[in-house]
Design a protein around this ligand. Structure first.
Ligand code: NDP
Length: 234
């Protein structure tokens, strides 16, 4: 049976690959977007996840079109990299507000319907740097590490209702975010990845698909690295 899925930030990059993967699996998939057009074949709902009124409106739109959200993928995220000494408080708090509090806003709204149905799947998109740390990214790494504590706590809170909460920790993936890095930095990164390459958005999408499948029914509170071995040992 097709499920009602919502992917935040599903209009491009990793989120779009996840949305297409779940749609290919037969689910009804909605994606949030802030500007431009949503990807063809998916239900686009306008939503800025830093605004809980917009989050509520987006969920209402999804509920009307395809029923209460049964699978939530909290993927939307931003970076505002800078060395700590030069980082403004706004650059710190806005990254936390989008990446961590944004996930809180959407998970809180999604859990309502999932608790009622006593079933649901939540996947949070974190990052290898949340576990390893990354110079110049104290805001981003803190937000991504925060998702681990958030997800594991939520997994404990709602596991008895048949809802799983898992965290995917991608390494360096071929997207606009990584293409923007200087060539030298890209070569340096690949040297440190045991598999010697960036990952693809499809490789993240397939992992998310598995975590939302029946085969993953007994997996909750897990951090699944999809990083070519970069963060091995966590
Ligand atoms: P992109 O920059 O390509 O896409 C980010 C997405 O998040 C866009 O859809 C964007 O929407 C959305 N978004 C950002 N802020 C908000 C907001 N306030 N409200 C709603 N949507 C928002 O990123 P990626 O696809 O590369 O990354 C996706 C996720 O994966 C992120 O959480 C990122 O941190 C994580 N990640 C990425 C890695 C990589 O190598 N690329 C590695 C590890 C983790 P809009 O189009 O409107 O801006």
């Amino acid at each position: 049976m097709s499920r009602s899925v919502l992917v935040t930030g599903g209009n491009r990059g990793i989120g779009q690959a996840i949305a297409h993967e779940l749609a290919a699996a037969g689910d009804n998939v909605a994606v949030t977007y802030r500007s431009g057009e949503p990807p063809a074949g998916l239900l686009g709902v306008p939503c800025d996840i830093t605004d809980s009124t917009q989050v509520d409106a987006a969920f209402k739109q999804v509920e009307e079109a395809q029923g209460p959200v049964e699978v939530l993928v909290a993927n939307a995220g931003i970076t505002k990299d800078q060395l700590l000494a030069l980082m403004s408080e706004d650059d710190f708090s806005s990254v936390l507000d989008t990446n961590l509090t944004g996930a809180f806003r959407v998970a809180k709204r999604a859990v309502r319907g999932m608790m009622r149905k006593r079933t649901g799947r939540i996947v949070l998109v974190s990052s290898v740097v949340g576990l390893m740390g990354s110079g110049g990214q104290v805001n981003y790494a803190a937000s991504k590490a925060g998702l681990v504590g958030f997800g594991r706590s939520l997994a404990r809170e709602i596991g008895s209702r048949g809802i799983t909460v898992n965290i995917v920790a991608p390494g360096f993936i071929e997207t606009a975010m990584t293409a923007a890095l200087p060539e030298e930095r890209q070569a340096e990164i690949k040297k440190n990845v045991p598999l010697g390459r960036y990952g693809s958005t499809e490789e993240i999408a397939k992992t998310v698909r598995f975590l939302t499948s029946d085969g993953a029914a007994y997996i909750t509170g897990a951090v699944i690295p999809v990083d070519g071995g970069l963060g091995m040992g966590h």
